[in-house]
Ligand binder design. Sequence first.
Ligand SMILES: [Zn+2]
Length: 154
Amino acid sequence: MAILDRLPTRDRLQRMGIITTGDCVLCNDALETRSHLFFECPTASNLWEIILQHNGLKKSISSWEDMIVWACNSWKGKSLISTILKLAWCAKIYVLWEERNRRIFQGRSRSTDDLFICIKEFVGIKLRGKKINMFDRVNTFLCNSWAIPEETFA
Ligand SMILES: [Zn+2]
């Protein structure tokens, strides 16, 4: 839904006359478009930076479109790092949408650190039972960094 830009983001609801202000509820500083909410918003970009750090990566990407191109070109194969990047990206989209709804409908909010904990848990759960080659030093680093439980080590 996020990739196809079909989510009822606030810019769209405002155009439809359903709401009068379409500001992003995470930063209150920009119109909530798909690209803003999931990529440009400081909360989204901070989360993504933390995710990259946990993968030992540092990469500056300036737009949602460039991000999708990078993901499609680079996250190939079954390496642990590709798998984690894909899982973490999906989890990031999910928690941002959930957090946005929580703020709008429940008036409650969580910190970026709290959101990252949710992402880390999701990645850990998804990798449970996966056979990981621990002779690969990148994998050892990733398992430490993401606190992937030891029972998944093979
Ligand atoms: Zn924002």
